[in-house]
Ligand binder design. Structure first.
Ligand SMILES: *[C@@H]1O[C@H](CO)[C@@H](O)[C@H](O)[C@H]1NC(C)=O
Ligand SMILES: *[C@@H]1O[C@H](CO)[C@@H](O)[C@H](O)[C@H]1NC(C)=O
Ligand SMILES: *[C@@H]1O[C@H](CO)[C@@H](O)[C@H](O)[C@H]1NC(C)=O
Length: 504
């Protein structure tokens, strides 16, 4: 009802002019201001207030885990509407999997904020003795929620993913060297890659880890395509746009919940950010509970989860994707590495790749050009969600239709449509993108014997390739001729807007 596309900005609003970054921030703030005004007048959110039936869950486990907690969902398989059929005579000549680490505890800063909110509740007047909210007083967040590291479910996810990957690609693996493993240096990411490797090798999950082939150091001083921090202006701006947009959104959907909590815990004085922290607690407590829905989730309706997930979607979209002027720039280096693996040619890139590492076959092996030759053809890269969103955006995937950005405000009584960047379908915990290079010995159906093809799977479902170069084959079958796919990536091959990382 209150979806207003006038509240979106045209995608093309960023061009080459350096001042645009500041300009964009100002524009967004102005638009937000105007929108909030209109909204408060309309008081639309007030009309949906419902008094919850305490702690009888109102939302199914599936709705919470498949969309309701956005990128904090455990990975699930997604059907993008494209059939997954490969004729018998076809083979996969190269596969690269890019996977997010498994489920983890909250990061340091958000965890501190969650702890502060729970403390406010603990310091308030307690509810009556038999209240169904007694769990709140008993909840010891400091004990329950660690920081940064994988939780048990996350370990299992990574391990299971390795097992599954082996089953899916064993033919190629038989004819190739072992997979080549890379990860950035955060312990949770390294450990996920190592658990994947155990699963892949059919070793037990408790076995000692093997070393990975390459660990790329994280931080602004390092070139690292799996944790992209060497784009200075992005690091400086990344906390402004998406965080601001989502914060304003939160101030609109949370007030009735602030009132509800403050009524139940007089004196707690929760504000809109506290409500977001309570939703984070719901998400992480669920993950820590191995996917059993936390008490902290049970008071909320499906519509509340739509709001919460859209809050996270807006944040990610305007911090790391098309909504941030440098969101795509940070993904360019990885795209150029992928092109090298698809073509068997050396990496050409001067953005986020480490050119020393990528020029050395020991640290960046390149598949043989002749498919009958032995060589590395299976690649396993582990990463973080924000970097994966950078890469997905640089590739031109997950683009909102037309030239529009995600609206700041939408009617969230419906589930998030796919086209609105449902982040749980892209980078949930253990979320994965698989890039396949395919050829078929004979011409069958859409496959031409002489051609190589590219196919992308996003969380196990074949992903439609809507690039104009790929034509209807890309759109309907998720297939693109290799040469057309490469052509569709010209923007990254030419360095995209990386230079904007340095201008002010
Ligand atoms: C690139 O990798 C080399 C070899 O590991 C390392 O010595 C160097 O510091 C890296 N450079 C950057 C900018 O990350
Ligand atoms: C980024 O922010 C830091 C600290 O505020 C500042 O020293 C640096 O010059 C900024 N970099 C750019 C490229 O604006
Ligand atoms: C690291 O990235 C910067 C910026 O793109 C580039 O100028 C530099 O040559 C890179 N260093 C290496 C070792 O690749």
């Amino acid at each position: 009802m209150f979806l207003k596309n006038t509240e979106t900005l045209p995608l093309r609003s960023y061009s080459n002019e350096p001042r645009r970054l500041t300009w964009l921030n100002t524009a967004i703030r102005w638009l937000l201001g105007a929108t909030i005004g209109a909204f408060i007048l309309g008081a639309v959110f007030k009309t949906h207030v419902t008094v919850p039936n305490l702690l009888k869950p109102k939302v199914s486990r599936q709705d919470i885990l498949q969309g309701g907690i956005a990128q904090y969902s455990p990975q699930y398989d997604v059907d993008w509407g494209v059939p997954d059929q490969l004729p018998q005579s076809c083979t996969i000549d190269m596969v690269t999997i890019l996977e997010r680490h498994g489920a983890r505890f909250p990061d340091h800063k958000p965890r501190n904020e969650m702890v502060a909110t729970i403390d406010k509740l603990h310091n308030a007047k307690r509810p009556a003795k038999h209240s169904k909210l007694n769990f709140v007083s008993h909840y010891d967040i400091r004990q329950t929620l660690g920081e940064e590291d994988l939780v048990w479910m996350g370990r299992q996810q990574a391990y299971n993913s390795g097992k599954r990957f082996f089953d899916q690609y064993k033919d190629l693996i038989d004819n190739s060297f072992p997979p080549f493993y890379r990860a950035p240096s955060s312990p949770r990411v390294i450990e996920s890659a190592q658990l994947f490797q155990l699963g892949f090798n059919d070793d037990p999950i408790w076995k000692a880890y093997d070393d990975l082939d390459v660990i790329l150091p994280e931080g602004k001083a390092h070139n690292n395509t799996l944790d992209i921090s060497n784009c200075p202006l992005a690091s400086n701006h990344s906390t402004t746009i998406g965080d601001d947009v989502s914060d304003v959104y939160a101030s609109l959907w949370t007030p009735h919940w602030a009132k509800w909590w403050n009524d139940n815990f007089p004196g707690a004085k929760l504000e809109h950010k506290d409500i977001v922290n309570l939703f984070h607690t719901c998400a992480f407590d669920t993950v820590v509970n191995n996917g059993y829905i936390s008490e902290w989730c049970k008071m909320y309706s499906l519509e509340d989860f739509h709001h919460y997930s859209y809050y996270l979607i807006l944040q990610k979209y305007y911090d790391s994707s098309y909504g941030h002027p440098l969101g795509r720039a940070r993904g360019i280096g990885y795209v150029n590495e992928l092109i090298s693996r698809l073509t068997g040619e050396p990496v050409v890139d001067s953005t986020s790749t480490n050119q020393t590492l990528d020029a050395d076959p020991a640290t960046f092996p390149i598949p043989p050009k002749d498919r009958n030759q032995m060589g590395h053809k299976v690649f396993v890269d582990f990463s973080h969600d924000s970097s994966m969103v950078n890469i997905i955006s640089a590739l031109g995937l997950a683009k909102p239709p037309g030239l529009r950005h995600l609206p700041f405000l939408i009617d969230r009584r419906e589930p998030t449509p796919n086209y609105l960047f449902d982040i749980s379908k892209y980078t949930p915990f253990s979320g994965r993108i698989t890039f396949e290079k395919i050829h078929c010995g004979e011409s069958i159906g859409e496959y031409d014997a002489e051609e190589d093809y590219v196919r992308i799977k996003m969380n196990e479902g074949v992903y439609p390739l809507k690039f104009s170069n790929c034509g209807p084959l890309g759109q309907e079958k998720g297939l693109c001729r290799l040469s057309d796919f490469i052509e569709s990536q010209r923007w990254s091959m030419e360095g995209g807007n990386w230079y904007e990382c340095y201008e002010d």
